[in-house]
Design a protein around this ligand. Sequence first.
Ligand code: FAD
Length: 366
Amino acid sequence: MAPDPTRVAVVGAGAVGLSVATVLARRGVEVTLYDRGDPGSGSTGRAAGLCYDAYVERTDARLAARSLERFRELDVLTERPYVWVARDGDDHAVAAIREHAGRMADRGRDVSIVDPAELADRLPALETDHLAVGAIAENAGYVDTDAFVAAMVDRARSAGVTLRTDCLVSLQADGELVTPDCSTSPDSIVLAAGPQTRTLAASAGHSLALGTYRAQALVTEGIAAAPPIFYDASERFYLRPADDGVLVGDGAHPYEGDPDEYDRTTDSTFLSDSLARLERTLGQSAAISRSWAGLCTATPDRDPLVGRCGPGLFVATGWHGHGFMRAPAVGERLAKQVLGGEGITHWDPTRFDGDEPVDLPAGIVD
Ligand SMILES: Cc1cc2nc3c(=O)[nH]c(=O)nc-3n(C[C@H](O)[C@H](O)[C@H](O)COP(=O)(O)OP(=O)(O)OC[C@H]3O[C@@H](n4cnc5c(N)ncnc54)[C@H](O)[C@@H]3O)c2cc1C
């Protein structure tokens, strides 16, 4: 077995890179964390910050539950149940909610299936007239992603991580890491660079089966009644409280171009659809105060690519819009693997050759 690495470079100071770098540094590793911009300037700073442990798969549920604990420790989580619903006539979504919520509950998650009358009772802000069924996950909340990044930068620095911002990294075929002012060959490199992970890994000779899609969000001015954290599986949008207004987001918009060139603004259809959805869901209208788009990563089987893809080279990407809520625990697991422990077998990035097609996800939640 190779000796533990003493020098590790982590590329990407998003939620995942900050998490893995901090854990490694706390274990005594000399860690340099690089970002081409500021920490959180990738998808992390554009995320809605929804967090819950309502997953069907055991690994996801455990990592999400562990991450919720970490968010609580950092004091950045606003606790709020997560509610997801299907509308009348959408038999597919109704069946999926019943099946998935049932399996989550069987696995020990605090999740229950609720009918519209119970939903109306429990969440008076919701318009429940055309809802067929809902599910509620109690272990949930939302995080201000800027607050998380600020807290993690503090922790990373106190753990001894050297943070290099505004520092674009490239990799050579021999695994050497190159920055504008130096080149270095650390014992291990962790690529947590979001969509750019694919290009970086390719430079070192590793092909990743990774696709991208755009996701959009907006925040409104203040509204009268605070909403729950809510996902509409029939219409495929979500919302949550944001200050005294509402954050509304939707799912996948195909994007196959250069990850650096995607459109960071929202389209007019998204804005008008979101206001109509808000009206239908909460019976309230509100003015938009800001909106944005971000890039998400996807894989052929919808599981992320996390782990070793070659000697001394590790990757963490492919989150299907769920990377933020699992990041702290993924950071712990990946750090363990970098230090010689076992990885998450079914997230092994080498399970694909790298040329498989990546279908775009149909929505935020299955
Ligand atoms: C609108 C929207 C809403 C979302 N909502 C949620 C949500 O509610 N919950 C959830 O769990 N997830 C959500 N997501 C997904 C979430 O944002 C991502 O899964 C998560 O932030 C991924 O974190 P990361 O650290 O892997 O990547 P990123 O945050 O993208 O970090 C990668 C970093 O790498 C840096 N980088 C890239 N290339 C280089 C290079 N060559 N050299 C140096 N640095 C480099 C970038 O600058 C960036 O800072 C949402 C995404 C969007 C777009």
